[in-house]
Ligand binder design. Structure first.
Ligand code: NAD
Length: 247
């Protein structure tokens, strides 16, 4: 098994891409901890993942984040893999229509949240020569017509650069840091854009391979980065997007 003996933490693992990723890591031998804001959903998710525990945590609360890492170390004694996945998508509005609170909320979850978890995890990843996988987005690479989610795009672009900064900063500790940029993936986050048959056809056609993605297709890319197959790969930004970012 590619991840035998490894301990992984997947933030936002209660549903969508995080859930699919946690399941794939577990099926490949890892012991997995997932976090999420809602306790009940987390408990349901944990039951479907072999060798998993769920630790409720709001990524915007430093004490919650500290508690997650503390509990993992208490229970499993180490941490090898951090998947920075938790995120939110704001209401589509043009920049001058959003207020500062909306802007700050997206930054707090999607960017400062990733900082909080990474900061807590690093001392343990230093001990295991571990690996970090950041889930960014095609929205962090380029602008899209009619896609007015500037705070979101800003956080995802920042995560791409932070991947490179952290990869360089922690290369001396042999921690690998890589990043995945998904296109549109079929999850609760994208449901509002896929309400009608016409919406679905539009989204499918936005992707040169002719369809939107499934969460497992992102999880498999995470598995690659987390495993020894990527032992000489750090600072990489991988689009997993049916070709969406090519256009
Ligand atoms: P989702 O809405 O299905 O799941 C988001 C997860 O984040 C949930 O588990 C939720 O509990 C968690 N979360 C949200 N706010 C939180 C908070 N304050 N504290 C703790 N956890 C919190 O979304 P998804 O589509 O699975 O997205 C996962 C990641 O992939 C996100 O970072 C998203 O930006 C990114 N992404 C998604 C798509 C897509 O099309 N679905 C495309 C590109 C990138």
């Amino acid at each position: 098994m590619r991840l035998s003996g490894k301990v992984a933490l997947v933030t936002g693992g209660s549903r969508g891409i995080g859930f699919a990723t946690a399941k794939i890591l577990a099926e490949n031998g890892a012991t997995v901890a997932i976090t999420g804001k809602e306790k009940e959903r987390l408990e349901k998710a944990v039951k479907k993942i072999p060798n998993a525990i769920g630790i409720p945590a709001d990524i915007t609360k430093t004490n919650d984040v500290k508690n997650v890492v503390k509990k993992i170390i208490e229970k499993f004694g180490k941490l090898d893999i951090l998947v920075n996945n938790a995120g939110i998508f704001p209401k589509i509005k043009r920049l001058h229509e959003i207020d500062e609170d909306e802007w700050n909320k997206v930054l707090d979850v999607n960017l400062t949240g990733q900082f909080r978890f990474t900061k807590e995890a690093i001392p343990y990843l230093q001990k295991t020569f571990g690996s970090i996988i950041n889930i960014s987005s095609d929205a962090g690479i380029k602008a899209y017509e009619g896609f007015h989610a500037d705070a979101y795009s800003a956080t995802k672009a920042a995560l791409i650069l932070l991947t490179k900064c952290w990869a360089l900063e922690y290369s001396k500790d042999k921690i690998r840091v890589n990043c995945i940029c998904p296109g549109v993936v079929d999850t609760d986050m994208t449901k509002p854009f896929l309400k009608t048959q016409k919406d679905k056809e539009f989204m499918d056609n936005e992707h040169p391979l002719g369809r939107i993605g499934q969460p497992e297709e992102i999880g498999k890319a995470v598995l690659y980065f987390a495993s020894d197959d990527a032992s000489w790969t750090t600072g990489a930004i991988l689009t997993v997007d049916g070709g969406e970012s090519i256009k």
